[in-house]
Design a protein. Structure first.
Length: 96
C-alpha cells in the first residue's frame, strides 16, 4: 500500500501545472493559489466560456499529450480543476 504522500504528490503537481495554465494561457486575473480546485471552471466559478474550453482542450493536448474524443467525458472533466486532474491521471495511467 502506498503512503499518503506518494498518492497525493502527483495530484499536487498536476494542480500546480493546471493552475499555472489557467492563469497564463487563459489570462485569469487571479493569483495561482487563489484558484480553488473544486470551484466550477465555467459559470459562477472561474467564469470561463466556450472559447476558454477550446483553449483548455489545446492545453491538454500540448501539455499532457491527452486527446479526449468523447464529448460527455470532456464535459465531465471540465467541471473543476480536480476533475481535470482525474482525467489527466486516468489517461496517463496514474503517473504525473
Amino acid at each position: 500500500m502506498l503512503d499518503l504522500e506518494t498518492q497525493v504528490a502527483p495530484r499536487a503537481a498536476l494542480l500546480d501545472r493546471l493552475r499555472a495554465l489557467l492563469v497564463d494561457h487563459l489570462q485569469l486575473r487571479r493569483a495561482v493559489d487563489e484558484l480553488d480546485p473544486d470551484a466550477p471552471l465555467f459559470g459562477s466559478g472561474f467564469g470561463l466560456d466556450s472559447l476558454d474550453a477550446v483553449e483548455l482542450v489545446v492545453c491538454l493536448e500540448t501539455e499532457f499529450g491527452i486527446r479526449v474524443g468523447d464529448a460527455v467525458a470532456l464535459r465531465h472533466a471540465f467541471r473543476s480543476l480536480n476533475t481535470m486532474i482525474d482525467l489527466v491521471l486516468a489517461e496517463r495511467g496514474g503517473a504525473a
